[in-house]
Structure formats: C-alpha cells, structure tokens
Ligand binder design. Sequence first.
Ligand code: WT7
Length: 658
Amino acid sequence: MNSESSETIETVLQEERIFHPSESNFKNSSISGFDEYQKMVDKANSDPEIFWKDNALNELHWFKPFNSVLDWSNAPFAKWFEGGKTNVSYNCLDRHIEQGKGGKIAIIWEGEPGEVRKITYKELFDEVCRTANALKQIGIQKGDLVALYMPMIPEAAIAMLACARIGAPHSVVFGGFSSEALRDRLNDGNAKAVITADGGFRKDKIIPLKKAVDEALLDGSCPSVDSVLVVQRTRENISFNSDRDFWWHELVPAQSTECPAEQMDSEDRLFVLYTSGSTGKPKGVVHTTAGYNLWAHLTFKWIFDVRDDDVYWCTADVGWITGHSYIVYGPLSNCSTSLMYEGVPRPSNPGAFWDVIQRHQVNIFYTAPTAIRAFMKTGRNIPDKYDLSSLRLLGTVGEPINPEAWMWYRQVIGGDKCPIIDTWWQTETGGVMISPLPGVTSTKPGSATLPLPGIEADVVDADGNSVEPNQGGYLVIKKPWPGMMRTVHGNPNRFRENYWEYLKPINGNLIYFAGDGARRDDDGYFWVMGRVDDVINVSGHRLGTMEIESALVSHKLVSEAAVVGRPDELKGESVVAFVTLESGKEGTSELIIQLKNHVGKEIGAIAKPEEIRFTNSLPKTRSGKIMRRILRSLASGEEIKGDTSTLEDRNVLDELRR
Ligand code: WT7
C-alpha cells in the first residue's frame, strides 16, 4: 500500500464521534432496528440458500420460478436462480401498474435549461413499449448489444428499460467520453445500434454527442453498428445519414404501446458497463438479469427506506453504475419516484442542487464526496438560503468521505437530523455492499460501517488471512452474492485473475478482491482507504493510470509516460503525468496544452492530466518497472520515503527533484 494510505489510518484512528439512529428522525420501515439487522445477517450466514431464495421469490416477479439458487461449481463463474424466467422491465413497470400504481410519478426530470417533466408509471410503460417496438423495427433482436451515448434525459432511462424489455443487453457509455473511447467500447462489445442525442447540455456548454458518434463510426470503423437512433435535445445542426440514422421523434411515437416483456433466463445478460482497471483497456463488466435486479432492488429498499410519497434523488449520471442501480433499476423496481437532473452546480448557479431539493421537496438525497467538498468550499451561506427541511436521509458514494465533509453534510445540509449513509461498492458489485442502514446502524464520520446482510466482507493480508482490528489490509468479499459481476466481456481469464486470484484462496475458497485498502475498528466498522492498485479516483470517476499512459504515448512526440494520482482537496485525487519526449524534442508550455488535449481526445476530458512534468528518464527498477511510489511522493511534494536501493539509475532522482 502506498504512503497516502497509512496516513489516512492515523487520522481516522482519532475519529471517536458516533451518532446513534435514535438521534435522527428516521424510523426504518423495512428493517425495524439493529436486532432485526443482526437476525438477517445470521440467517444469511447460516443458510444463504434460503436467505437468497426467500428474497428472490418475495421481491421479484417470476414468469417461471427458478430450480436452484446458486451454482458455484464453476467458481468464480456464478449462476444464480437458474431455470427461472423474469424480466427487469416487467419488475420495474408492469407489476406496479397491475397493482394500481400506474398513476404514481416514476420519474421527475429537470432539464438543464429548467424545463420539468413528470412521467407516471403508466406513461413510462407506454413509452418503454413504443421504444422497444422501435428497436425491433430497426432490427434489434434478443441478445443484440445496444449502446447508449446520451445526456441525462428521460429517454436514457426509457432506452435502458426498452432494451431490458426485449432482452437486448445495453452498454451505456458516459457522454463525457470521447469518440475514440466510444469506438473502442462499440467494437469491444460488438454493438448493433447506438442510441444518442443530437447534443447534451453540460454546464454552460453543448456537448456534440451525435457528431462524436459519427466520428466513432467513420469509414466503417465499427462494422457491427447498423443503426443510430437520435433523440432531438439541443436542436444542433447535425449531419444525418438516412441509411443508418433514425430520429427518435419520428420512429418512436408511431409505435404501438403493446410489447409484452420477453421472458428472460435469470443469467441472460442485462448490461455491459465499461470500467477502468489497473491493466490495459477498460473492461466490460457483465451483469445478468435476475441477480442484478434482486440486488439493486433489495439494497435500494434497505438503504434508502423510501416511503410511498417520497421523492428520491441520486445526482449521478446514468453513464455510471450508480445511475444504473440507483437512478433507474433500484428505484423503479421498488415503485419509487426517482428524480433525474440534467444540470450540475457551477459558479453561475452554485445553489442549483438546493434549489431542486426545495422545489421538488426531495426527501432522500444521494451524492458524491467531491460535490460535498465543493459546496463546503463555497460556504454554507449558499445552502442556507434554501428550505431543505424536506430532507430525511443523505447518502454518499464514489470515494472515501473525509470526516470534515461528513460532518458538514450532516450539519449544514441535513440540519443535524438526517442519517449520513456512506455506501461502499463498485461497478463490479452491482449494488451497495457496505453501508449503514437508516434507523438501524450507529454511524461514525468517515466509516461505511458494516456489510449488508448476505455480504461477507473482511480485511485480509496478502496471504488472505484476516488482519487484526485497526490494521490496514485488502478489502475482500468472501462469498458470492447475486449482484456480483459475472465476467469481463470477452475475457473470462481476466475476470478470474484480476478479481478472484489476486489473493490466495483460503481452504480452497476463492475470495473476491475489490482493489481497495481498508481497516476495521474495534466495533468491526469498515474504514475504506481507497485504491491500492493503479487506479485513481478523480471526483468519483475511476481512471486507470495505464489508460492515460497509453493515451500519452500515442502522441508522436512522447517516448514514455508514467501517471500517478496526487491527493487533491476537492477532487480526492488529480492526475499528474511524468513524460519523456522523443530525443531532441523540447517540453514547452504549448506541448503541455497539446498533450492534455490529446488525452481529452483519446479518452475524454475527465482524464486530462492536471499537471505534466517533462523529464529525461523515469525512475525504474533494474527489471524495468516504473517506481510509482517515488513519482507519487514527487507529485505531492513530499519527501521520498522508503527504499530507493532498487532504483536502476540514482541520478534520475536528482533530475526529477529539479
Ligand atoms: C471504487 C469503485 C460504486 C459507485 C461509484 C463508483 C471507490 C466507491 C466508496 C465509498 C470509499 C468508495 C472505491 C471503489 N468508492 N464508494 N463509499 N468509500 N471509496 O463506482 O467507478 O466502480 O468505483 O470507488 O475505491 O473501488 P466505480
């Protein structure tokens, strides 16, 4: 583990504040208190088959019930609820309408320019059916992969549900990724169609999404893609290829609202979502129908404890797993009202979030530490201008939250009466794994507290043995769970090696390693310390250092590059790149701008290095491995600690220091 992590240990050890559930105005209706939570945990541990079976039968609709709960004989390739037939779109729509809930608002959407749309479950159902029929009309069949590259508009959720309805797995690509990054994902997944919009509003700019799709598909570079469905959003001038492109507003409204949900096998793919790892290109995380649906449903129900007339708001983008599980599938499967917001707070509108909360009377709010830190910085006088009294619960996700930000969130936004729910999970886990439950768990600022029922989490050393309380180690999960990823698309070996064989099996049992370091305190509470692999977390966005390095090296003047994360007060981490140039080339300030833009073009603006330093050589071991530990210290202006004797050329250090 790197030096940043051990420092985190020292600060959190001093954290002794504790907030008991009785101090909030929260009474959990789905889990009555800590005793019931403990009973659920015990039941899940003593008889996991029955625990998962009961939950699956009680919480989901089945066209045909399953024959077996878990087949782990080919571990780590799990099969859950085999023999069962279900459909995620049915669970999110049809069953609620059958129970007379068709008139309830499913989605409240607010656009960046301020327009508001409220969509009932029945309206959403009709629109999903029409879209599903439109997809069929353009040739999409069960099993075909459909890519989405969209702004935060209701059509994004509609398109996801329409894909689920006809059994076409989706692959949502965040609209901030570049056309090159989009092309890689389209080709890796063999996408048959792309659903996009002419453009999207982001901050005070327009993002030309359709133009990026055109670039990605240029000259047959994505041979699998036959059609592009385009939502009109910004009314940009776009080029239109009538052999391939279809307008949503011409194709969809003309369709029938009759489209029975396809009866899917439990293990049919629901979606692929790309995420960065420590090696190579982003990997396509595969999630399947029943297990994912169950986990998104249960975790949403337990953690947010949303009441029937509540308005729930998660500020993520649908391009990330948080948007999948906690804007679309979790809330809709539970028949909740999910608010979707296209805008983001910015200097010209710093109170945007609080304004939305006040106007829509939001009760449950879920956002990221990086946003909270930015609000802290602009001061409490901004949120203080708004009436935030509707709030009952405040959630956080995406990166470790520092105790100061946690306390500020609780006091300033929550008025000292809302539980702070710090949820630890990942794209790979499908849903939340470690989190307090409102009205159940006592909270400590900066701790994600305890694993959810059914989740066996631990902190272990490199041999897989549990470490003592308050010792740092690897955060692992020791048993399969329904929402776990099933494989890396097209690369099962990578799935096995990266996640399940990174640490030694214990008594023959494989353990899942998540990539994070953590410790547990004397109460068994988890304190997540951040990634221990070569993944960096910039404003809750996950980036692979290798990906940024390859992007830099693909520039013709760059010979070698090493990328590290530097602790950043607002963003958590920022990207710092050390670059060596082809011989005879000079590192100028223009070249720095060029290289930053080059990374923006290869990956997307979120991956642009904040700082680029030129050097004649990089610190390497004799076997040629770049010593990132040294670069990390240099990037954050710290002294270089630890052993440097393995360094091949000690003069490098002097040069780098200069
Ligand atoms: C990584 C997963 C899961 C949705 C958002 C990100 C970090 C996430 C927490 C938290 C500390 C956290 C971890 C994890 N992370 N939530 N509450 N406390 N760290 O999903 O892009 O798959 O990233 O985000 O490092 O491994 P993701």
